[in-house]
Design a protein around this ligand. Structure first.
Ligand code: F6P
Length: 324
C-alpha cells in the first residue's frame, strides 16, 4: 500500500478531526501517502481532494466538525456517480479508502468495493452510537456531554418555574443518546424507540412524580421514539390530561453535533485510526474498526451493516429506580 484515501461522510461528529489527524500521521509514520477528499463521496465524484501530510493536520485534534467537510451525496446513490468516484480514485493511484462515518457511509463503501473493486475500511464516526461491532462511535461521548450540560441548564429554569420539560435529543432510530444522557441528567422519564412504554405509563409516572412531591420534571425524548406523537404533540397531550403541569418543549437539534471533542472521543479516534492504517498495511480491507472491551478490533463490514447494536435494558431499570 503506497497511497491511502480518506474522507468523512454523513452527519459530522466531534472527533472526526482527531480521526483525520490520526490517519494522516499514521500514514506519515509508515511512509504512506495520504489524500483527503472533501465533502465525502461528493468530493470523490468531483475529484476534490488535498494531499495531507503530518503538518497539515496540526492543531486540529481539539476542533469539532471536520476539516474535510461532510455531505450526504445524492449523486453517489446513482451508478454513474459511483463510477465517476471510482474512476477518480483509480486515476489517482489510491490503493484503499478509509471512510469515516456511519452506516450510510459504510454502505457506500460496500458498493465501491462490489462494483469497482476498491478496498475500503470503515471508521465509525457518528453521534448516534448505532453501529454494530463497536461499543462506542466517535462523537457519541461528546454529544452525551453536550446533552447533559444542556439538560442541567433546562433543569435550573424548570425548577424555578415548577415546569415539566420535554427535551428531544438526536439518535435517529436509536435510543443510546436519550438513555444515557437521561440517566446522566437525572431525567424522570426517558422515551426511546427500542422500548415503547406507552402513553398511559407516561401519564401515570408523571402523576406519581407530582404526588411524591416533585415540582418539576424532565422527560428526555429520543427523536426516533415510537410513542406515536412528536414531542410537541406529546407535551400537548400531557397538558390536556394533567392540566396542573406547565409543560414546555426543547428540541436540542444540531447543537449535539458540534463542539470540541471530549478526551474520550479524541483517544478513541486516535486509537481507531492508527489501527485502521495498520490493518490496511497488513492486507486487510472491507472491515470496520471498533472498540470492544477497551480493545480496538476489526469487524467485518458486512456484519457491521447487517446487525444492529442493542441498548442495555438494565439502564431503563436503573432510570426507573432512580426517578422514584
Ligand atoms: O446521524 C447523525 C444525526 O445527527 C442523527 O442523529 C439525526 O437524525 C441526523 O443526523 C440529522 O441529519 P441532518 O444533519 O442531515 O439533518
Amino acid at each position: 500500500i503506497k497511497r491511502i484515501g480518506l474522507m468523512t461522510s454523513g452527519g459530522d461528529s466531534p472527533g472526526m478531526n482527531a480521526a483525520i489527524r490520526a490517519v494522516t500521521r499514521a500514514c506519515a509514520y509508515y511512509h504512506v501517502e495520504c489524500f483527503g477528499f472533501k465533502r465525502g463521496f461528493q468530493g470523490m465524484i468531483e475529484n476534490d481532494y488535498l494531499e495531507l501530510n503530518a503538518r497539515s493536520v496540526r492543531n486540529i485534534i481539539q476542533l469539532g466538525g471536520t476539516i474535510l467537510q461532510s455531505a450526504r451525496s445524492k449523486e453517489f446513490l446513482t451508478e454513474e456517480g459511483r463510477a465517476k468516484a471510482a474512476a477518480n480514485i483509480k486515476k489517482l493511484g489510491i490503493d484503499a479508502m478509509i471512510l469515516i462515518g456511519g452506516d450510510g457511509t459504510f454502505r457506500g463503501g460496500q458498493a465501491l468495493f462490489r462494483e469497482h473493486g476498491i478496498p475500503v475500511l470503515g471508521v465509525p464516526g457518528t453521534i448516534d452510537n448505532d453501529i454494530f461491532g463497536t461499543q462506542y462511535t466517535i462523537g457519541y461521548d461528546t454529544a452525551l456531554n453536550t446533552v447533559v450540560q444542556a439538560i442541567d441548564k433546562i433543569r435550573d429554569t424548570a425548577s424555578s418555574h415548577n415546569r415539566l420539560f420535554f427535551v428531544e435529543v438526536m439518535g435517529r432510530d436509536a435510543g443510546f443518546i436519550a438513555l444515557n444522557s437521561g440517566i446522566g441528567a437525572g431525567a424522570e422519564e426517558i422515551l426511546i424507540p427500542e422500548e415503547n412504554l406507552g402513553l398511559d405509563r407516561l401519564l401515570n409516572s408523571l402523576e406519581k412524580s407530582r404526588r411524591s412531591g416533585k415540582t418539576s420534571s424532565i422527560v428526555v425524548v429520543s427523536e426516533g421514539d415510537k410513542i406515536g406523537k412528536n414531542v410537541f404533540e406529546l407535551a400537548d397531550y400531557v397538558k390536556e390530561n394533567l392540566p396542573y403541569y406547565d409543560a414546555k418543549v426543547t428540541v436540542l437539534g444540531h447543537i449535539q453535533r458540534g463542539g470540541s471533542p471530549t478526551c474520550f472521543d479524541r483517544v478513541l479516534a486516535s486509537r481507531m485510526c492508527v489501527k485502521a492504517v495498520e490493518l490496511l498495511l497488513d492486507g486487510e480491507h472491507n472491515v470496520m474498526v471498533g472498540m470492544m472491551n477497551n480493545r480496538i478490533e476489526a469487524c467485518d463490514l458486512d456484519k457491521a451493516l447487517k446487525d444492529k447494536p442493542t441498548i442495555n435494558k438494565e439502564l431503563l431499570r436503573i432510570s426507573d429506580i432512580l426517578s422514584t
